[in-house]
Design a protein. Structure first.
Length: 145
């Protein structure tokens, strides 16, 4: 049992370290892209001499593209149904985790805690899937009105 706990502990720690690395690297890349875009726009605006040339630039195709790119820096709206999809994905992952915990409890009879954890994760997973399906059905009914 101690070997199994050690393996699970190392797995959890490695997963958390990987997740933290992912979050930090994703933040850094987004921050860098935003800084580069901001610097490019700042330099472009510095080259404009007066309000008249700036107005002509904004009316041009390049000016429209710049304004569009500025508005694209804002957070994009979520895709239609992405919350439902996330709930379903989380539900499936939790059910798979609960099945793995059931298997551990079956093959290692001294691990009753894994059976209890499997029951809890199964209940949460089924609840998420049910919530996602209900939200999907309600969304379709509300949109049809």
């Amino acid at each position: 049992m101690r070997e199994l706990d050690a393996i699970l502990g190392v797995s959890v720690v490695c997963t958390l370290i990987g997740w933290v690395f992912y979050v930090i690297s994703n933040w850094w890349l987004q921050n860098r892209r935003l800084s580069q875009t901001t610097e490019l726009h700042r330099r472009l605006l510095d080259r404009m001499g007066d309000a008249e040339s700036f107005g002509r630039f904004l009316e041009s195709e390049a000016g429209r593209r710049m304004v569009e790119s500025l508005s694209q820096e804002a957070p994009r709206p979520a895709l239609r149904g992405s919350g439902v999809l996330r709930a379903l994905q989380a539900g499936v992952v939790l059910i798979m985790l609960s099945l793995a915990m059931f298997a551990l409890g079956r093959f290692y009879p001294f691990t009753e805690n894994y059976l209890a954890g499997g029951i809890i994760f199964m209940a949460i997973g089924l609840g998420l899937i049910l919530a996602g399906l209900l939200a999907y059905g309600l969304r379709d009914k509300l949109e049809s009105r």
